[in-house]
Every structure is written in C-alpha cells, then in structure tokens.
Write a protein of this length. Structure first.
Length: 381
C-alpha cells in the first residue's frame, strides 16, 4: 500500500537500527543493574519481534493506511488537512528507469552527475556499500576533497580495511571538512577498527573542537533527487520517497567505536573519551541514530561504574528521542506536503542544519499552516 510504505520509509530514516542500539546497550545492564532485568528483557522481546527498526513509532507507522477519503477533511485533534490523494507508486518499470539512468552517469563529465553516480550508481547490483569504495576514490581523483565522498570513504575504511586507508588518507579526508565533527567521527571509526587508541583519542579531541556536527544526510538525498530531475523518472515526490528508502537501507559502520568503548569502559582514559564522544553525538548529532548511539556509548561507561542514576537519565533521554513527535502528525504531514517541492527541499536542508527532529517538527507546523490558511484549495495543486 503506497501510503503505508511512505510512512514506513519516513519513519525508518529517523529511527533506523534501533534494534542494534538496544542490543549494544542493554546486555551489560541486565547483568549489573538489580531490579531492571525484567524491564530490559521485555524491551528486547519487543525489539526482536519486529522485522524493522524496533520502536513504537515504526510499529505505529507501518500499520495499513486508511482508505482514501472522498472528501477533504481536517482532523480536529491535529488540524492537518487530509486530501485523500495517494502518492504515485514505484513499480518495477520505475526502478529500472532510475537504475538505468544513474548507471549511465558513469560516463558523465559534469560534477553533479558524476557525484550522483558515485554515491548512488549501481545501487541495485553492488553486493554491499564496501564495493562502492573504488568509485569514491576515482571521483576524488577528478574532484578532490568533496566532503560527502570522503565521509563515505572513511566509513567504508572502518569496516573493510583497504591499503588506501592510511593515516595520510585520514588527514586528507578531515582537511576537506575540518570543522565538521561528523568527519572526525568517521575517522575515529577507522582508528578504532585498527586498534589505534592514540588515533581514537585524537579524533575525539577533534570532535570536541569542531564547530558543527553534520552527517550530511539531507545533502545526500538532495543529490539523488537532483540527479533524477533531468531523467525520464522526473517525478519529485516519487524520487524523494525512493531516495529516503535508499538512505534508510544504507549501512553505517558504528561497530568499531561501540566495541572500542564497550571493551574500554573500565579504563579511565578510554572511559573519559567515550563519555565525551557519546555526549557530543547525543547533543550535536543531527540524526536520531547518532544521538541514540551516543547514548549507548555513554551507557557502557555508566554500566561499568554501576552508576544507575545516570543510566536512568539516559533511558529517559533515549525514550524522548524515540518519541519525538506523534506518528499520525508526521504521516499526515508527508501525505499532504510530499508533492510540494519547495517545502520538501527546505525540509532536507533543515535536516542538516536543525536536525531530523526539529526539521520534521517544522514541517508538521508548516502542514498545519497550509491546512489552516489555504485549506481545500491546496489539495488541487
């Protein structure tokens, strides 16, 4: 069902891999915290029962959508217009058209087209994201120091060590986005995967000093949508939904740093560094997944200290992130505004500047304004 699929995709990009977060963060707590084992077991049971990201938002969002309304209506509780217009479906012909167009960009010479191919070309045939590494390196040879490309390269380096992933390459990549803590974070992943403790400490210090922490997720999706705007598959809303789905499915290699912090939680220097890293990720990260991983990293340290008061506070903040806004509000908002290219492009920009939660809440507020001041006339656009 198109509407249910849209809801699931949007929810997935916001709450992706929560099951990983729980498995990383609750195992030690079961063994060390008295009186909490039953609660944690219930949470894990609930998580394991889900096929996708395990949280109430996603489970609510994945419910079948109601039948399309024949008349325009506004829910009194939410004040968001329901136009009853189903988004266009992504059939097999559409996917073939998109794949063929992106793959053809391999021979392009323009920066924007080549970037789209590097990030998204062959997305249906590559066995995993690690296979994209040669494309990233080749792009950098033609267009040096593109942050999106080098950030991806560092992340892949952390999970599939390659001869190109040298200390010199790390320094080169960081210099492309020096004031962005997210670039330093990906470099920390690489050093952690190599067991280079001094390198991890240095990268965490860099995160602390960086002016911003921007994972550039909105920018990535914008590249995808822009590339298809000149293709036979040029329908904005359909391409945006597809881009969201591709991003939701993309694997990010958090394991090296989470393992490093978990195994070093009893070492004073590592514990201090991991608390700093986790707090930066939680407070400055734009994506919910970075915030939740940051909370999990802090929890490793507090579990080792048996600081149950701090763990309780982490649990409360984690719950707050998972319940950022009402699923019905976001579902109706995307149903209403998905075809509004100007507003949806601004949402992508806001993800990288304001963060996912604030950006989506701003979009929900915009949907309420449209519903109130434009009303039924908006449904005919």
């Amino acid at each position: 069902m198109p509407k249910a699929k849209l809801i699931f995709v949007v929810s997935s990009i916001i709450i992706i891999v929560l099951l990983l977060v729980y498995k990383l963060s609750t195992h030690a707590l079961n063994q060390t915290r008295p009186g909490k084992a039953e609660i944690i077991e219930q949470e894990q049971s609930s998580d394991d029962a889900s096929d996708g990201p395990a949280n109430e938002l996603t489970k609510n969002s994945a419910k079948p959508a109601p039948e399309a309304h024949t008349q325009v209506e506004i829910e009194a509780s939410q004040d968001i217009l329901v136009c009853g217009i189903e988004p266009q479906q992504q059939d097999e012909a559409y996917h073939v058209m998109v794949a063929d167009y992106l793959n053809a960009l391999d021979n392009a010479v323009m920066y924007e087209q080549k970037l789209a191919y590097t990030l998204f070309g062959d997305y249906q045939t590559l066995a995993n994201e690690a296979d994209r590494f040669p494309l990233l390196i080749n792009f950098d040879k033609s267009f040096p120091q593109t942050p999106l490309v080098l950030m991806d390269a560092l992340n892949i380096c952390a999970t599939s060590l390659r001869p190109e992933c040298t200390d010199e390459f790390v320094e080169y990549a960081i210099s492309a986005d020096y004031q962005n803590g997210a670039m330093w974070f990906n470099a920390a992943l690489l050093h952690a995967s190599k067991g280079n403790d001094d390198g991890v400490f240095e990268m965490i210090a860099g995160i602390e000093k960086a002016n911003v922490f921007n994972e550039r997720r909105g920018e990535r999706i914008t590249v995808f949508v822009d590339a298809l705007s000149a293709s036979p598959a040029s329908h904005f809303a359909r391409n945006l939904m597809h881009g969201l789905g591709i991003e939701a499915a993309r694997t990010l290699g958090f394991a090296p740093i989470t393992n490093w912090c978990k195994e070093g939680a009893n070492e004073v220097q590592k514990a201090s560094a991991c608390l700093s890293l986790g707090r930066n990720m939680e407070s400055r990260g734009k994506e919910a997944i970075f915030k939740l991983i940051g909370i999990a990293i802090q929890r490793f340290v507090y579990e080792a200290e048996q600081n149950f008061e701090a763990i309780e506070q982490l649990e409360q903040r984690s719950t707050s992130i998972r319940n950022m806004y009402e699923p019905d509000d976001s579902a109706k908002t995307f149903d209403l505004l998905m075809n509004d290219e100007k507003r949806m492009r601004q949402w992508l920009v806001n993800i990288d500047s304001m963060g996912e939660s604030a950006a989506t809440q701003a979009l929900i507020d915009e949907a309420r304004k449209v519903s109130r001041y434009i009303g039924q006339a908006y449904c005919g656009k």
